[in-house]
Structures are given as structure tokens and as C-alpha cells.
Design a binder for this molecule. Structure first.
Ligand code: S3P
Length: 435
């Protein structure tokens, strides 16, 4: 991080978040759009792709694997096909993206040849055994540091067996890696998840003509995929709920706010933060629902929030929103607890530690627990001005910028550059809707 890599955010100071905003294209959908389009026979037009660095790395990866990727106006056109894909000439760099490396590991397990996947210093610390174990069971050779549990990963693929895999952790990335490998397996691959996680891979593969059956079973699900050709087609990427969540919390905590977040994906496994905010007393409503695209416009108004307990089966549906929900908790009346969220420890940073550090830097009492954190709300009283540090984590940087709205003075966010991975235009959007 350079000395200049910091941004100073002033408080709202009587201004409020108003009008309409479209958050960037959903990151999870964008990664999958590129992978699916690269394997689909023919040309796929992708509209609204995430403009963050994470997705750019996946775009470069599918190009290195043989797909032809072009920009046309605001759209990305991918000319793909199973026969086009081949062993890459060089190491694939996923940057900061855990989704990129895990999905690609499954994807290239279906290709003949060797693919080496590497990323930045944060990626080098992230657990990969969770994908290595099922991919080996399917017949791929997966190696990496510490016996294949840390990147770089070397995957030698081809000749995969179909398996039934029971996920030991609720992870959409692992489910997706196995399903993407399953596209090249010798029969029906089945993934059983204890708690159903985001369903983009299943939804998008079905849209591409693949036979995928989802049987919900209590809180969990059983997903069965039969390999078959993928058809190219238009992919319209909705706005990212995990990015919209920053503005939803910003509007909740800033007096006078009334903001509409347009065209947000609110489908399975992504809308948990809306329920939590509603439980905290937020004035939040969904309009213009599109049941096919699983989208809606989310209207959020300033609200008096109260603490709540977040945990159990709802956690996977809001895991990425915890840092910003913790900011909402800091402005609420009473205590908010987050539990059953040990997965936060293995995200871009240890988000239990970095969220607690961020809140404490702004004068909030927050305590880390093994599997979560607790936050004592200030009941609308201002946060302290101060300095926070993203530690290289985009969501900690953006949560700090939201918290700054309600601080008594400037908040300096060190390591702001981390936001380029998912939301390069964040500070411009903050400026745009703060009126
Ligand atoms: C993602 C799944 C989640 C999430 C990540 C994106 C995905 O991770 O935290 O930001 O696109 O599949 P896990 O599947 O590891 O829980």
C-alpha cells in the first residue's frame, strides 16, 4: 500500500442519500457469465458485467483458455465452445478473487492438460483444500502449497468421474467448482449442501440449456447436474446486492435519506441483508420485482434501527454483508450479535478481526468471538472521526466510507485501492447520491 493510497470521507453534514442508483453488475453472476459463455457453443453477449478487477482477471483467464472475448459498445461478446478450450500457455492470475480461483479450479479440472492458478498475497492465504478434495475425488490431480491446501494451485484435468459430494462447509464457491467440473464428467454429478447457498451457477447453467435439478431439503438442497452442451445466449447481469447493501445501510443511518437501488438481484441466497435490516426496523421495500431475473428495485429510507441477533441458516445469504451490517449495528439502539459466521475468518481478510478493528477505530464497542462478533450500538449518536485500514479488503474500505457519513468529523480510509477489485466507482457514487 502506498502512502497516497488513502481517501478521506467527510460526514453527511445535513445532506442525505436521495434519488436512484444502480450498483455495479453482480460479481458472482459476472464470473459465472464469463465461464459459461466461454464454454457455450457460439457467441454470447454479456450486458452489465462487473467492472471490478476480480472479474477482469476471470475475463483474461477465459481468453487464455481459448475463448475469444471482445468489447462491443458497453457489452462483452464471448465466442466460446467446449472444443475451443485448451491448456493455457501461462499461469492464470486471479488477482484477489477467491471466487475466481475456486470456480476456475473446477472449470479447468474438466480440461485435458495442466493449469496453474495463482493470485495476490491474500489469495495465497485462502483455503483451497475445500475444492482440491472433491476435484481429486472426480479424478483430477490438484496440487499446491501445503499439500494442495494453499495457492498457487496446479490442476491437471480431464477424464472426470461423476461423484455425489456432501459439502462439509456451506459454500457456493465449492458447489460451483464441483458443478463446473461436472460438466465434463462421465455421468450425473450431485452436490448436497447442508444450507442452500447462492444459486447462480444452477440458475445460469439451466438458462444455458444444461439439465440441472435442484431439490430443496429443509434448509439444504441437493443439486444434480447431467453433462450436456451449453448454448450461447444473451446474459443480462443484474446489480450486485452485496454492493447495493452499502447504500442500503448508508440510507438507513443518514437522516432524511430516501434512496432507490435499481435492478438488484434478490434471488436465492443473496437477500439476507434485507431481512436483517427489516428486522432491525429499517424502512425497506421491494418494487418492480422480476421473477425471471430475480431482481427488484429496493427503496430504503432513514430509519431508527434496533439491535438484532444474526446467525444460523441465514448466515450464508448475508456473509459478504457483515462488515456493512456491523456499521448499521453501530448506529442502532442496543446490541447486535453475529454468530455461526466463522467463514468470515477466511475471506479476503479475517473479517471478524478487521470489522472489529474498523468499528473500534471509530469509537464503537465491538468484540470478536470465534464465530462472529458483537456490536454495541450508539443509538444514532455520532461515530468518532478517525483512521480505518482496509487491510487490503474492499468491503472493509467501503463499510468505513459508509460509517463516515455519521462520524463527527473526517474518516481517513487507508488502503482504499482495495475497492478496485469490486467497485471502482464507489466514491463517485457516494458523491452522486449524497445531496
Ligand atoms: C461467492 C460465494 C461466497 C461469497 C463470495 C462469492 C460466489 O463465498 O462470500 O464473495 O460467487 O460463489 P463461499 O462460497 O466461499 O461462502
Amino acid at each position: 500500500m502506498s502512502v497516497q493510497d488513502q481517501l478521506v470521507f467527510g460526514p453527511a453534514g445535513g445532506r442525505a442519500l436521495r434519488g436512484r442508483l444502480r450498483a455495479p453488475g453482480d460479481k458472482s453472476v459476472s464470473h459465472r457469465a464469463l465461464l459459461i459463455a466461454a464454454r457455450a457453443e457460439g457467441r454470447s453477449r454479456i450486458r452489465g458485467l462487473s467492472n471490478g478487477e476480480d472479474v477482469r482477471h476471470t475475463l483474461e483467464a477465459v481468453a487464455a483458455l481459448g475463448a475469444v472475448v471482445e468489447r462491443s459498445g458497453g457489452e462483452i461478446v464471448v465466442d466460446g465452445g467446449a472444443e475451443r478450450l485448451h491448456e493455457p500457455d501461462a499461469v492464470l492470475d486471479v488477482g484477489n478473487s477467491g471466487t475466481g480461483i475456486r470456480l476456475l479450479a473446477g472449470y479447468v479440472a474438466g480440461l485435458d492438460g495442466l493449469t496453474v492458478l495463482q493470485g495476490d498475497a491474500s489469495i495465497a492465504r485462502r483455503p483451497m483444500d475445500r475444492v482440491a478434495v472433491p476435484l481429486r475425488a472426480m479424478g483430477a490431480t490438484v496440487d499446491g502449497r501445503r499439500g494442495g491446501s494453499l495457492p498457487p494451485l496446479a490442476v491437471r484435468g480431464g477424464n472426470l468421474r461423476a461423484i455425489e459430494y456432501h459439502l462439509p462447509v456451506a459454500s457456493a464457491q465449492v458447489k460451483s467448482a464441483v458443478l463446473l467440473a461436472g460438466l465434463a464428467a462421465d455421468g450425473a454429478t450431485c452436490v448436497v449442501e447442508p444450507v442452500a447457498t447462492r444459486a447462480h451457477t444452477e440458475e445460469m447453467l439451466v438458462a444455458a440449456g444444461v439439465d440441472v435439478l435442484v431439490a430443496r431439503d429443509g434448509a439444504g438442497a441437493r443439486v444434480t447436474l447431467r453433462p450436456g452442451p451449453l448454448q450461447a445466449g444473451p446474459i443480462d447481469v443484474p446489480a450486485d446486492p452485496s454492493q447495493a447493501a452499502f447504500w442500503a445501510v448508508a440510507a438507513c443511518i443518514t437522516p432524511g435519506s430516501d434512496l432507490v437501488l435499481e435492478d438488484v438481484y434478490v434471488g436465492h441466497g443473496r437477500a439476507g441483508f434485507i431481512e436483517v435490516l427489516a428486522r432491525m426496523g429499517a424502512r425497506v421495500s421491494l418494487d418492480n420485482r422480476d421473477p425471471v431475473r430475480h431482481t427488484a428495485d429496493i427503496r430504503v429510507q432513514h430509519s431508527h434501527l434496533k439491535g438484532t441477533d444474526v446467525g444460523g441458516d441465514e448466515v450464508p445469504s448475508l456473509i459478504d454483508e457483515v462488515p456493512v451490517l456491523a456499521v448499521a449495528a453501530a448506529m442502532a439502539e442496543g446490541t447486535t450479535t453475529f454468530s455461526d459466521a466463522a467463514e468470515l475468518r477466511v475471506k479476503e481478510t479475517d473479517r471478524i478481526a478487521t470489522t472489529v478493528q474498523m468499528l473500534r477505530a471509530l469509537g464503537v464497542q465491538a468484540e470478536a468471538a470465534t464465530d462472529g462478533l458483537s456490536v454495541l450500538g450508539l443509538a444514532g449518536a455520532p461515530l468518532r472521526a478517525g483512521v480505518t485500514d482496509s487491510s487490503g479488503d474492499h468491503r472493509i474500505a467501503m463499510a468505513s466510507a459508509v460509517a463516515a457519513l455519521m462520524a463527527s468529523g473526517d474518516v481517513t480510509v487507508r488502503g482504499w485501492q482495495a475497492t478496485a477489485t469490486s467497485y471502482p466507482g464507489f466514491s463517485e457514487d457516494r458523491h452522486k447520491c449524497l445531496q
